[in-house]
Write a protein that binds this ligand. Structure first.
Ligand SMILES: [Zn+2]
Length: 320
């Protein structure tokens, strides 16, 4: 297009403007702008850069080509803000809510950056996905599932109260536990109505395979409730694990999650990696490791209890 070098001026405005979604990724916006103007995305990049090289998108050139104010484009496209990298800490990349896209008549697979604690498009009651289950990205209409809407509110409050990074850690730990509960069919009372609503039927065994697309959504309410316990300073960094701590921990989990715990199945059948005494997790909390290690020595369980759930590894009681 410009065989003798770079263009010294800004590119001309394209005939069809395209408004960006808030938080849209630069690649997604360039793709949609190109398609709307019947260009190949690579040709649009060449149009903006003035040369056929694959380099970063220049904010001034994109603003000129899109016909939008520079500050407005930088506000909408976070990757173009000064100092931003390709991955935004504490944010996750998601497909935009399909109802938001339909309302604009937009390409339905636009990608946006959203805070990790946002799993739902509240105006449209659409489940967008969880950062804790990045491979399960199916969107669902959750208009008849107020539990998930309420869990979204609790999740946002958790992130505000203890910080986004701490919330990501606690949700990640809790989601591994609740996914394990779902795979084994434990504590299913809260999940069954959600599974029935999203899938139309419930597996006869009550167990969900880990790759089931509804896994993230149907475990979300109990994940958030459990994460609120795991994020408590008392369980993240106890000064000293004391006798009765495990019972207190279990009481708090029961109170927060509403799970009808029975002693035949450990409340935490398999602790997240950061809870393990030898602490292999990337978010290992020394306090919880110490607590888990100490609690393990304090919590004898009978062989009959274990035999009722032989497939379950009781990580909080690893000596068993
Ligand atoms: Zn929406």
């Amino acid at each position: 297009m410009f065989p003798f070098g770079c263009r010294s001026s800004l590119p001309p405005r394209l005939p069809r403007p395209v408004p960006p979604f808030p938080g849209e990724t630069t690649a997604s916006y360039v793709f949609r702008l190109a398609v709307a103007n019947e260009l190949h995305p690579e040709d649009l990049r060449t149009h903006m850069a003035g040369r056929r090289e694959h380099g970063p998108v220049n904010l001034d050139a994109l603003a000129a080509a899109a016909g939008r104010p520079r500050y407005a484009l930088a506000w909408a496209l976070p990757e173009l803000r000064p100092g931003a990298g390709r991955a935004l800490s504490g944010y996750v990349r998601r497909t935009v809510c399909w109802r938001c896209a339909a309302r604009r008549g937009s390409f339905p697979y636009a990608a946006v950056w959203q805070p990790a604690e946002i799993c739902v498009c509240l105006p449209h009651r659409v489940w967008l996905g969880s950062a804790a289950h990045p491979r399960l990205r199916w969107q669902y209409d959750i208009g008849r599932l107020p539990e998930i809407i309420q869990a979204q509110g609790k999740h946002s409050r958790l992130a505000r109260r203890c910080g986004r990074r701490a919330a990501i850690t606690a949700i990640g730990e809790a989601s591994r536990i609740t996914a394990l509960w779902a795979r084994h069919g434990f504590y299913r009372d809260r999940r069954v109505p959600l599974i029935r609503e999203l899938r139309g039927k419930v597996p006869i065994t009550g167990k969900l395979p880990s790759f089931d697309d509804v896994m993230a959504a149907v475990t979300y309410p109990e994940t958030v409730d459990l994460a609120r316990v795991l994020a408590m300073p008392r369980w993240r960094s106890p000064a000293e694990a004391a006798a009765g701590d495990l019972q207190q921990f279990e009481r708090e989990v029961r109170a927060r999650t509403g799970i009808d715990y029975t002693a035949a199945v450990p409340l935490v059948p398999e602790a997240p990696r950061s809870l393990l005494p030898d602490g292999h997790g990337e978010c290992a909390g020394p306090g919880i490791r110490q607590l888990a290690s100490s609690l393990a020595r304090q919590t004898p369980r009978s062989k009959s209890q274990l035999s009722e759930a032989p497939q379950v590894r009781a990580s909080l009681v690893p000596h068993l």
